[in-house]
Design a protein around this ligand. Structure first.
Ligand code: ADP
Ligand code: ADP
Length: 226
């Protein structure tokens, strides 16, 4: 089944002489349970494409769809993880993760149980009562991933979540995200400019090229996990 679809999506920023054509018509299907990596040089439109599916940006023409329904704005069914955690600094790790379930009306005891489950999944049970600033960059990204998963999204949209981390931490988290994906089979759209990361993680690799952004190739890695 198709989980998400870009249907002839274009994006133009600005007007007149200052206009930037960020995306040529992009049509792309993301299958349910796929792990799609979007790779390409800086400025080729990867974030713009992800932001359109997230509902943060509107396409200039065309549309993004989820389960056949046009995306109209942000929605907890699409979990987003950014390059830097974007965590609530004034909340404990556990409260950060419980925030989504609470906001969607779960009683606090249940929201807490959900938070504990995902903190365990990312190996941070011992840090539940800590605050984001007490954690390393890698640990903060783990909290971001737990927080996204706690909303039980239908798709995870991850914009270079490990880009700010050192090589060793990145490798560790790649292993973790692979394990989490293997156990949840959550549909993922993942941006990276590391082809190695894409080869390690993806069931599908979509290669983009710049000026203006378009899809250059689509590959199914030989060692696909699916
Ligand atoms: P990538 O994620 O592949 O690095 P982006 O999607 O961030 O690429 O950007 C694609 C193009 O659109 C770039 O030329 C960028 O400068 C431009 N762009 C992105 N966001 C904006 C914006 N808000 N206003 C104007 N131009 C933008
Ligand atoms: P990560 O690989 O998650 O970025 P680091 O490499 O910075 O973490 O740290 C390695 C280990 O050191 C962590 O898994 C954790 O057990 C411990 N650690 C890191 N930061 C802290 C902290 N602020 N308090 C206690 N232990 C920490």
């Amino acid at each position: 089944a198709v989980k998400a679809r870009f249907d002839k999506v274009t994006k133009r920023f600005g007007t007149g002489d200052n206009a930037v054509q960020a995306l040529e018509p992009i049509s792309l299907d993301i299958a349910e349970n796929a792990f799609v990596c979007l790779v390409g040089p800086s400025g080729c439109g990867k974030s713009t494409l992800l932001n359109i599916l997230a509902g943060f940006e509107k396409p200039t023409t065309g549309q993004a769809l989820m389960d056949g329904t046009p995306v109209r704005g942000p929605d907890p069914r699409r979990g987003v993880v950014f390059q830097q955690g974007a965590l609530f600094t004034w909340m404990s790790v556990r409260d950060n993760v419980a925030f989504g379930p609470l906001a969607t009306g779960k009683p606090s005891a249940e929201a807490g149980r959900i938070a504990d489950r995902y903190l365990e999944m990312v190996g941070l049970t011992a840090f539940a009562k800590r605050y984001p600033y007490e954690l390393s960059g890698g640990m903060q990204q783990r909290v971001g991933i737990a927080r996204a998963l706690a909303n039980d999204p239908e798709i995870l949209l991850m914009d270079e979540p490990f880009a700010a981390l050192d090589a060793q931490t990145r490798e560790l988290l790649q292993e973790e995200i692979k394990r989490i994906w293997q156990s949840t089979r959550k549909t993922v759209l993942w941006i990276t400019h590391s082809i190695e990361e894409a080869l390690f993680l993806a069931t599908d690799i979509v290669v983009m090229s710049a000026r203006p952004g378009r899809i250059k190739a689509r590959l199914a890695p030989q060692f696909a996990l699916s």
